[in-house]
Write a protein that binds this ligand. Sequence first.
Ligand code: SAM
Length: 190
Amino acid sequence: MKMDRILPFAKTLLTKAIKPGEIVVDATLGNGHDTVFLAKLVGEHGRVYGFDVQQEAINATQKRLTDHHLTDRVTIFHAGHEQVSVKIPIEEHGKITGAIFNLGYLPGGDKNIVTHSETTIVAIEQLLEIMSPEGIIVLVIYHGHEQGAVERDDLIQYCQKLDQKTAHVLQYQFINQQNKPPFIIAIEKR
Ligand code: SAM
């Protein structure tokens, strides 16, 4: 297939938005795959701020970063992403150029611990305040589980109402696939 699949498309968007030396956010650390990707994009003079509510995810991410020799460019918070503007130092506000939310549950972990639209939306609102113009937020939405379907509906409703003078909002989704594969909503701050 020539068209980008979902996760490669998320990476394409982030690669366009983020340059070496910049400040970015991994809003859901999970097993740390996105954290490593972002840490490589920002390079040795950039910084990734990462959030997760689960110790298991923090441990998995720290291990992956250690294996890739990338720990020095990542700050990890054992906290919900709804605290993004409180946790990220004020001097970084206005400089953040990219953020990713890989929503749902930790693969291989407790499927009862999932992201929720209420807190996801609070985090998006805060990011839209503290990101730089043309900063991109990528949401990867997994809607095959019960709470995921609720989160999908709430996020679509919220994003459709974002003022087009504030942000460009894109939905990227294969619409003829079975088993509710994930899809992307991307928000570019104007
Ligand atoms: N990006 C990850 C990777 O590359 O492996 C996958 C993330 S996983 C699909 C979703 C993660 O979101 C879980 O680890 C879960 O603990 C975390 N999570 C749930 N609620 C959260 C919140 N309010 N703030 C931050 N992380 C949260």
